[in-house]
Design a protein around this ligand. Structure first.
Ligand SMILES: [Zn+2]
Length: 405
């Protein structure tokens, strides 16, 4: 182990004996009180020294080996340390791909803020290279989500859509103007390759043998607004049956939608959403039938900045899930509408009549107190997902976390 104080956290001294790591409260930590030698020792934790060398240098500063070991251990337990050699063989392989890692360095630093263990950030980044995901829909939202995920290091991003690129599909970060008139799926896949920092690793033995390894996540980003507002349960039947996690995202009129992330059999799905709406509003099925019938709407409203907002948020939630966390869109639709652009979450309750069977599992059991689909939180009210895990040696101080060394 070559310990390094996470470089993503900017350091500042509150007084001679107390340091604050990080500026923003979500991940900041206050360290102290500490003596002068301990303060100087922190400067040695820059990833260039292993433990034996750190103990040597510690002794020269008057710190015993035990004190050095305890310090490293406690800093690691507080989530302040990374290990520049850690993360396992896949991480070592990625470290060897210099061009890719230079591109991904800011993403690695960002991952280090949510990954607790030394070396874990690089392990997670390396794990992204082995993932297969699919994006269905290559309009302004879908093509941008696909490019973002490829750019963030996801190894294989497949894009599905029909038809040819319309001038209105063009979006910065998504399909370029040169692709107008080309097949949508091919153009989107080309955009994905262009966004990727690296070639994906070779296919696994099982995939090479013709076995379909499936997708770790499917993102449904339909171009048609009605499919965003009222996703057709039939479109996700196969995903539910195969147990494939999937995330809905898109723009309907002036509203951006991210979620729900559906964990089949565990959280509410498109079928639950549809049944719940029909329970609350007897006109709902009639309206949906009208929206779906007839000729396609001539021009679908899709604000370019709103589409980019939805794509970025959907990609961030997708990455959180792919990195092993449960984002706040699981079982929830986040919605943001012009012109105030405040995010609201609307729960998608598991419905007892839905064949996905999430209601049999979840606490909600299909019953919820209000029966309403009212917003129950804004993003600003959400707590950081890792807050409950930060207990050892820590206590809250004016929006930061304190660790005692
Ligand atoms: Zn369901």
């Amino acid at each position: 182990m070559h310990p390094m104080v996470k470089p993503a956290l900017r350091r500042g001294w509150l007084d001679l004996h107390t340091a604050q790591f990080g500026m923003a409260p979500a991940h900041a930590m206050v360290l102290g009180p500490m003596d002068r030698a301990t303060g100087r020792f922190l400067d040695l934790l820059d990833g260039t020294r292993g433990l034996p060398l750190l103990r040597d240098e510690g002794r020269r500063m008057g710190l015993t080996d035990d004190r050095v070991d305890a310090l490293v251990e406690r800093l690691a337990a507080a989530g302040l340390l990374d290990d520049v050699t850690g993360g396992g063989p896949a991480a070592d392989t990625l470290r060897g791909r210099e061009t890719a890692i230079r591109r991904l360095r800011p993403d690695l630093a960002a991952l280090s803020l949510v990954a607790r263990e030394p070396g874990e950030a690089m392990a997670r980044l390396a794990a992204r290279r082995t993932l297969r995901i699919q994006v269905r829909g290559a309009g302004r939202v879908g093509s941008t989500v696909a490019s973002l995920l490829a750019g963030a290091g996801v190894g294989e991003v497949d894009v599905r859509d029909g038809g040819h690129v319309d001038p209105g599909d063009v979006a910065p970060g998504g399909l370029p103007a040169e692709s107008v008139g080309e097949r949508r799926d091919l153009s989107a896949r080309r955009a994905v390759r262009r966004a990727a920092p690296d070639r994906p690793p070779r296919v696994s033995a099982s995939a090479a043998a013709g076995e379909d390894p499936g997708f770790g996540l499917v993102i449904l980003a339909p171009r048609r607004a009605v499919d965003v507002h009222a996703p057709d349960p039939a479109d996700t039947d196969q995903l539910i049956a195969s147990g494939t996690p999937h995330l809905h995202a898109g723009v309907v009129e002036g509203t951006g939608v991210v979620g729900p992330l559906v964990l089949p059999g565990e959280t509410g799905c498109a079928g639950c959403l549809d049944r719940g709406r029909a329970d609350r509003d007897e006109c709902w099925p009639r309206l949906v039938a009208q929206w779906r019938s007839g000729r396609p709407h001539r021009v679908e409203a899709c604000d370019l900045a709103l589409a980019a907002t939805v794509a970025g948020t959907a990609a961030a939630h997708a990455l959180a899930f792919l990195d092993g966390r449960l984002p706040s869109c699981a079982g929830t639709r986040w919605e943001v509408a012009a012109p105030d652009l405040v995010w609201h979450s609307r729960p998608v309750w598991p419905h007892p009549a839905c064949p996905c069977a999430a209601a049999e599992r979840g606490e909600g059991n299909g019953k919820h107190p209000s029966g309403e689909e009212e917003p129950h939180a804004t993003m600003a009210e959400q707590q950081p997902a890792t807050s409950s895990s930060r207990t050892a040696h820590t206590a809250r101080r004016s929006g930061t976390w304190r660790a005692h060394v």
